[in-house]
Design a protein around this ligand. Structure first.
Ligand code: ZN
Length: 247
């Protein structure tokens, strides 16, 4: 019988906060998670609150400025996925993370689907204006506590998907296509409790993929998985990549 890692087709990888904790970026709901230690941070992530309250927006800019992702470096798990891609296998990374560590590690930007956006770009909620977060934070440092859009005067926000905000449909279609055409679907460091990311696992399995889950805690999809791995991601993922590459 063929083992899952001997399958030679496309590979989809779904990554969540757990892959970045070794890089010093805390997860959200764990014991030392962002929202556990600072409930206001969760409030900041709700779209309607953000639009309604300039005080929240001022806090949000400062939180972006102080985000640990600015100084974070990719870790062995990010690098293992780069090796997998460079081996010539068709790899698509679908990430819930906004930290850009996959691209910083060397994953091709066009092979990374950021379903929750990223924190290094800024968008206007009223027009098509975009800028870098660094430029927006320079305006904050220069005294604009909630810098408005220079084109239309509207509200600016990080290019991340907040609670209460619809996901980008084209991005979702890319993710679904990657899931449904994969022979191996790796779900790494995600609790698989947030839709639609979670149900990508089900779509992949329904389309014939072998599902491999690497997560410290149980997930709702464990029973669908060919293999569930509980060891730390920083050692588990390089080991799994070695298996797939037959070395
Ligand atoms: Zn605007």
């Amino acid at each position: 019988m063929t083992e899952w890692y001997e399958r030679t087709g496309r590979i989809a990888v779904l990554t969540g906060a757990g892959i970045s904790t070794d890089s010093g970026i805390p997860d959200f709901r764990g014991p030392r998670g962002v929202w556990t230690e600072d409930p206001i941070a969760e409030l900041l992530s709700t779209y309607d609150n953000y639009l309604a309250d300039s005080g929240l927006r001022e806090r949000s800019w400062l939180a972006r400025r102080d985000n640990p992702a600015w100084g974070a470096r990719p870790n062995d798990a990010h690098r293992a996925l780069v090796e997998l891609e460079r081996s010539g296998r068709g790899v698509t990374i679908i990430t819930q993370n906004i930290d850009r560590l996959h691209q910083q590690a060397g994953s091709a930007p066009q092979r990374v689907v950021e379903i929750h956006g990223n924190m290094f770009d800024v968008v206007c909620v009223g027009c098509a204006y975009t800028a870098s977060m660094a430029a927006a934070l320079e305006r904050v440092a220069a005294g604009e506590s909630d810098p408005p859009c220079p084109e239309c005067g509207g509200i600016l926000k990080a290019d991340v998907i907040m609670f209460g905000q619809a996901l980008d449909q084209r991005t979702l279609m890319k993710a679904a296509l990657a899931a449904e055409t994969a022979e191996i679907f790796l779900a790494i460091g995600t609790s698989l409790q947030v839709e639609p990311a979670a149900s990508l696992c089900g779509r992949a399995v329904a389309a014939g993929a072998s599902l491999i889950i690497v997560n410290a805690e149980p997930t709702p999809y464990d029973s669908l998985a060919t293999e569930v791995v509980r060891e730390p991601i920083g050692t588990a993922l390089p080991r799994l990549v070695d298996l797939i590459l037959g070395r």
